[in-house]
Design a protein around this ligand. Structure first.
Ligand SMILES: *Cc1c(COP(=O)(O)O)cnc(C)c1O
Length: 843
């Protein structure tokens, strides 16, 4: 059928199936199989099974086909794959009624593996891990993204520490992608851009059982400029960006339709993909729905995950630019032109904001950690009138990482020995992880040391290559990272909020840590700065230059070209994973979760996932008073960084009987860290949360809204229109709050209740279409104040036409005004949450 099947001997014919499925990247047998074809070449083809197949000669295949050890590996891997695809997984067991109802997951980047470079950092890796767990759990998920001809970029560091961003053009024939095929033909779709239609070829990547469809504009028939629209991830100017996002969102929907896929759920992973909602609105309008009902249908079936805790980080385009590029769409929906613009309009800046579009076209929205959920609710308060931030309908699902991808093989084998047999498919069961404590400390420490030695070898090669290329003398004989030294890792995108150079603020103090004769510390840094991020590149240069000074050479090293391959070495190999972002800018962070799976201890600012993961014993925190101004927090973080290292981390690491012995207390902390963090911060748990909290609810809503020719969507649109036009009349016209209700002594008894009456004028709105409630704040034992909502019910007959009395019972000591508020809001059984409409009247 393809170029390879001809090459492969009959006995090994299914190698092709394995090579074209990213499943190999998290399956030990498949990895071992491909590696053993030729261990050296496995490195030169950069762990790409497809290239391995292409570059193995017929003679070698003939030899391997009669090598019984190889055939044995092959058969094991194939058996493992067949068992994987044939099994009934969590989703099928838990939600049999939803089998076959697709979830479409849209993202601008996907990090599956180093051999498929269509990611830049954490967002992409998260999307990749999401797909992998979706496959493991049996979700009917399909993903949509872009296939970048030039990926992101390869990073080189020159002899002055300047980042060189090297462009690489990928040959898609050598990646694990193949043209998507429908009815024996390649799938192509056309996206309208000003004055032309751009043709997109649809490619397919298999990730276990999850298909990922990637769009590519580099095809015959497109102009030179159009062909480069999908050249680069986050490249080009705003014009490129908006067109890429149109291709992703609108082209993505067209691609699904061309593949005859009609998902029940649409997941917008970060605002980049939000144009998908516009294409879907257009689709429903073409099908005969009015704009308002089309919007309700789209809203009911969409979930939006935001990842950006700062307003400036959200993608936004000038309104004129939006109108220029979406002119065709606006024209085809002529009657609702302004309504469409309003879906993304940020009036304060007169821009079309992709996050606003996503928020306005998705009833389900979430942040990616508990803290980030709260930050997002606060940031998007403006979307919901004058509600309390805690009631804003944005939830959270804390990010995780795909355990089988990120945990070192040595750890997995250890878990096989100590944990119940099914631990791989039941990762979130907390109890079973406790069995890890039965493993001898020497064994645990031995794994830790072995992984560190592997990392040091890897780092040495990386740095030697840098030096060789930069024409620097060979110094392979001098001091370079020692396996007996406490090793701290810091690697991530060099965005400035991540403050890569915080540890360098006091170089004397750092010098004392690094060069302590008894208890030294060494550091490994890595990360790419976006080519347009000049401050980020300066941070890199600063670290590089310090790493070349006499006192730090070979003890603080900067590796080049951070990617998923290097990330695995680092998160598995260091002792401590350092993360010191400016709070609360790290929406979640995931690299620390990868480290935690490998017994690496986190040392981090209490931001993102670590705010909830840290229990005081499973790592360390870098502290600051969160209420202080930024400068103070930065100073406090800096002080905490040094002092925790000096007083806690270094002493614990070197606390042992003799030099080579096992640091028992350290190992205990490692075990505690794995036990408390692994069951929680993995993507199986995360994807299960998405499924339980959002996906299955959206499936029900999608079905409900669309049956009987979209009756519920149409009703919802009509109801909202009615409420919006009539709400002006709603008014709280009287409050009956008896006072003094009770004696002073009685008023101290918070259980004593009194009846409050409220007279509400509703005009033409029927009383059954509103909720009347009181809201007050109650102090918790821990000092936090939480809102308490008390529903009121109708009392007697209407006071006069359109005016009603409602009653409710509240603690007797509360008074209307100073202590509690009353409010009226519209309700509908079809609302996804209480505040689906902004119309809320308060007094
Ligand atoms: C996990 C990962 C990230 C995310 O790191 P954070 O520290 O969470 O920002 C970025 N890049 C790569 C290559 C990764 O594997």
């Amino acid at each position: 059928m393809t170029q390879y099947s001809a090459l492969l001997p009959e006995r090994l014919s299914r190698l092709e199936e394995l090579a074209y499925n990213l499943w190999f990247s998290w399956n030990e047998e498949a990895l071992e199989l491909f590696r053993s074809i030729h261990p050296v070449k496995w490195e030169t083809v950069y762990h790409s099974p497809v290239r391995m197949l292409l570059e193995t000669s017929p003679e070698d295949w003939a030899r391997l086909a009669s090598d019984e050890a190889f055939i044995d590996l092959y058969e094991k891997a194939i058996a493992s794959w067949d068992a994987y695809t044939g099994r009934k997984a969590w989703f099928q067991e838990t939600y049999p009624q939803h089998i076959g109802r697709h979830i479409a997951y849209f993202s601008a980047e996907f990090g599956f593996h180093e051999s498929l470079p269509i990611y830049s950092g954490g967002l992409g890796v998260l999307a990749g891990d999401h797909c992998k767990s979706a496959s493991d759990l049996g979700l009917p998920l399909v993903a949509v993204g872009l296939l970048y001809k030039r990926g992101y970029f390869n990073q080189k560091i020159d002899h002055q520490g300047t980042q060189i961003s090297e462009q690489v053009t990928y040959d898609f024939n050598k990646l694990a992608v193949r043209p998507a095929i429908r009815n024996n033909e390649e799938v192509h779709v056309f996206v309208e851009l000003p004055g032309r239609a751009v043709r997109l070829k649809v490619w397919e990547v298999r990730v276990g059982n999850v298909p990922v469809y990637l769009l590519d504009a580099d095809v015959d028939g497109n102009s030179y400029d159009d062909r480069s629209l999908t050249a680069q991830l986050y490249g080009g100017n705003q014009d490129t960006r908006i067109q890429q996002e149109i291709i992703l969102g609108m082209g993505g929907i067209l691609a699904l339709r061309a593949l005859e896929l009609y998902p029940y759920v649409y997941h917008i992973n970060e605002g980049h993909a939000a144009f998908l909602s516009l294409e879907r609105i257009r689709e429903h309008i073409r099908g005969g729905l009015p704009f308002s009902a089309a919007l309700e249908m789209v809203r009911a079936s969409t979930i939006f995950t935001t990842h950006t805790p700062v307003p400036a980080g959200h993608d936004a385009f000038p309104v004129g630019m939006f109108e220029h590029y979406l002119g065709e769409l606006l024209y085809s929906l002529n009657a609702d032109r302004q309504a469409i613009v309003e879906l993304g309009l940020d009036r304060s800046k007169n821009v079309f904001n992709m996050t606003y579009l996503a928020m306005n076209t998705a009833t389900m929205r979430n942040g990616v950690s508990e803290l980030h959920g709260a930050v997002s609710r606060d940031m998007f308060k403006g979307f919901h009138g004058n509600l309390n931030a805690s009631e804003i309908p944005i939830g959270h699902v804390t990010n995780g990482v795909h355990l089988r991808t990120w945990m070192a093989r040595e750890w997995k084998e250890l878990l096989d020995r100590y944990l119940p047999e099914n631990w791989r498919t039941h990762q979130s069961g907390r109890e079973q992880w406790a069995a890890l404590a039965d493993a001898p400390e020497e064994t645990l420490w031995d794994i830790r040391q072995r992984l560190k030695e592997r990392l040091i070898l890897y780092a040495k090669t990386n740095v030697e290559e840098q030096r060789r290329r930069n024409g620097q003398p060979d110094d392979s004989g001098s001091v370079f990272l020692r396996p007996d030294v406490l090793t701290i890792g810091f690697a991530r995108r060099f965005a400035t909020y991540k403050r890569a150079t915080l540890i360098f603020r006091d170089q004397e103090r750092l010098d004392r840590l690094v060069n302590d004769p008894e208890r030294p510390v060494q550091f490994i840094f890595a990360g790419k700065a976006h080519p347009a991020d000049i401050p980020g590149q300066k941070l890199l240069r600063d670290i590089y230059q310090l790493s070349q000074t006499d006192r730090f050479r070979g003890k603080i090293v900067l590796l080049e070209n951070y990617d998923m391959n290097m990330a695995r070495y680092l998160v598995q190999g260091v002792d401590v994973w350092l993360n010191n972002p400016k709070r609360p800018y790290e929406a979640s962070g995931t690299s620390g979760e990868k480290a935690a799976l490998n017994g690496v201890l986190n040392f981090s600012v209490l931001d993102g996932w670590w705010q909830e993961g840290y229990d005081g014993e499973n790592g360390w925190s870098i502290d600051a008073d969160n209420r202080a101004d930024e400068e103070t927090q930065e100073k406090e973080n800096q002080e905490s960084l040094y002092s925790v290292l000096e007083k806690k981390i270094v002493p614990l690491y070197y606390n042992r009987e003799e030099q080579a012995a096992v640091p028992v207390q350290w190992v205990k902390r490692m075990v505690h860290s794995i036990e408390t963090l692994a069951p929680q911060y993995n993507t199986d748990r995360m994807v299960q949360d998405y499924t339980n909290l959002y996906y299955t609810k959206i499936m029900d809503r999608s079905l409900h809204f669309s049956t009987d020719n979209y009756a519920a969507a149409t009703r919802m649109a009509d109801y909202k229109r009615f409420i919006r036009t009539k709400w002006w009349a709603v008014k709280i016209v009287g409050v009956e709050d008896p006072y003094p209700p009770v004696s002073f002594a009685e008023s101290l008894d918070k259980r004593l209740l009194k009846t409050i009456g409220v007279i509400v004028h509703l005009g033409e709105i029927w009383y059954k279409d509103v909720a009347v409630e009181a809201l007050y704040w109650e102090e918790q034992a821990n000092g936090a104040w939480v809102p308490v909502v008390v529903p009121f019910s109708l009392f007697g007959e209407a006071v006069s036409p359109g005016t009603y009395k409602f009653e409710g019972r509240l603690p007797a000591h509360l008074r209307h005004g100073p202590h509690f508020q009353l409010r009226v809001r519209p309700i509908s059984p079809d609302f996804a949450h209480d505040f689906e409409m902004n119309e809320v009247t308060m007094l």
